[in-house]
Write a protein that binds this ligand. Structure first.
Ligand code: FPP
Length: 275
C-alpha cells in the first residue's frame, strides 16, 4: 500500500481512492476475468485483435498496482480451454501478444519482485509459448512479492479432472487404490493453485454475469464484482474501486452477520468456513 501511495503524485485523482482502502483488509487473492476485448474493438470499428492488443496495457497496470498495494496473489484468465474455437488468426495473435508481454515486462516483474506462474493445460500450448512461459517462471521463481498466475489453456472443470487423476495415479503408484478416500484437502492440494489462498475477490469486466469455467473450486467464497468497463479500458482506478467495494462487503462464509449474532458467541474471526 505504501508503495502505491509513493507512486501517486499528490494531485493524482486516484490518491483519495487509494487512501480510502484499509491496508489491513486487502484481498489476499484477486482473480480477474478479462472480458470485452472484442466488443471494445467492434465499438471502434476495429478488428477484434486490436482489442486484445489494447488489453495488454491494463494487464501491465493491474499487475503493477497489485504489487504496489501488497496483494499476495493475482490470477488473470488469459485463455480458456474453450478459446481454441476462435479463428486461428485470433488465437495466433493472442500467442504473439503473450510473447511480447513476457519479453517486454520481465524487467518490470523483476523490479517489483513479482513471481510469474502459468496455470492450465500448458502441455497443449504451442511449444515456443511453453518455452517462453517456463523461462519467465524460472527467471522470476525466487521473487518474493506478488504471485501472478496467468491462466492459459485453463478450464475449471479440466483442473478438477486433472487433480482427481493425479490423486488416482498417486494411489495406484503407491498400491493403495482400493483404500483411496478423497477429502477437500486432497483435492485442493492437487489443483494448479495448490498452496495459494483462494480468491477473495473475483472481478469480471464488460458486464457479463458469468463464471465461464474459471477457478470453479477456488471461488466458493469469493466476493464477485462485475464492472461494465471493457477490459482494454480497465485502469488503476477501476481496480481500486473494486477493492473499495470489496471492503464494504460483510463476508459470512456460511455463518451469520455480526448483528445477527446479537452479542452471542463471536469468535472475532469472520473467516470460518462452514460446510
Ligand atoms: C476476452 O475478451 C479476452 C480474451 C479471450 C483474451 C485476453 C487477452 C488479453 C487481455 C491480452 C494479452 C494477455 C496477456 C496476459 C498478456 P473477448 O475477446 O472474449 O471479448 P468479447 O466478449 O467482447 O468478444
Amino acid at each position: 500500500m505504501k508503495a502505491l501511495l509513493e507512486a501517486l503524485k499528490p494531485n493524482d485523482p486516484d490518491r483519495s481512492l487509494a487512501l480510502s482502502i484499509d491496508p489491513q483488509r486487502l484481498p489476499a487473492h484477486v482473480a480477474i476475468i478479462m472480458d470485452g476485448n472484442g466488443r471494445w474493438a467492434n465499438s471502434r470499428n476495429m478488428p477484434r485483435v486490436a482489442g486484445h492488443k489494447a488489453g495488454i496495457e491494463p494487464v501491465r497496470i493491474t499487475v503493477e498496482t497489485c504489487a504496489r498495494l501488497g496483494i499476495q496473489v493475482l490470477t488473470l484468465y488469459a485463455f480458456s480451454v474453450e478459446n481454441w474455437k476462435r479463428p486461428r488468426a485470433e488465437v495466433d495473435t493472442l500467442w504473439r501478444l503473450l510473447r511480447i508481454y513476457l519479453r517486454k515486462e520481465l524487467n518490470n516483474l523483476m523490479e517489483h519482485e513479482i513471481q510469474l506462474s502459468a496455470i492450465g493445460r500448458l502441455e497443449g500450448l504451442p511449444i515456443e509459448i511453453q518455452r517462453e512461459l517456463h523461462a519467465a517462471e524460472d527467471a522470476t521463481a525466487s521473487n518474493t512479492g506478488l504471485r501472478v498466475n496467468l491462466a492459459i489453456n485453463y478450464g475449471g472443470r479440466a483442473e478438477l479432472v486433472d487433480a482427481l487423476n493425479v490423486l488416482l495415479d498417486e494411489a495406484r503408484d503407491a498400491g493403495r487404490l482400493s483404500e483411496l478416500r478423497i477429502d477437500e484437502e486432497a483435492i485442493a492440494s492437487r489443483l494448479y493453485t495448490a498452496g495459494l489462498p483462494d480468491p477473495d475477490l473475483l472481478i469480471r469486466t464488460s458486464g457479463e454475469m458469468r463464471i465461464s469455467n474459471f477457478l470453479l473450486w477456488q471461488i466458493a467464497y469469493a466476493e464477485l464484482y462485475v464492472t461494465e468497463t471493457y477490459w482494454p479500458d480497465f485502469r488503476r482506478r477501476d481496480l481500486l474501486e473494486a477493492i473499495v467495494d470489496y471492503q464494504k462487503r460483510e463476508r459470512r462464509f456460511g455463518g451469520l452477520k455480526r448483528s445477527e449474532l446479537n452479542g452471542k458467541r463471536w469468535s472475532g474471526a469472520v473467516a470460518v468456513p462452514t460446510q
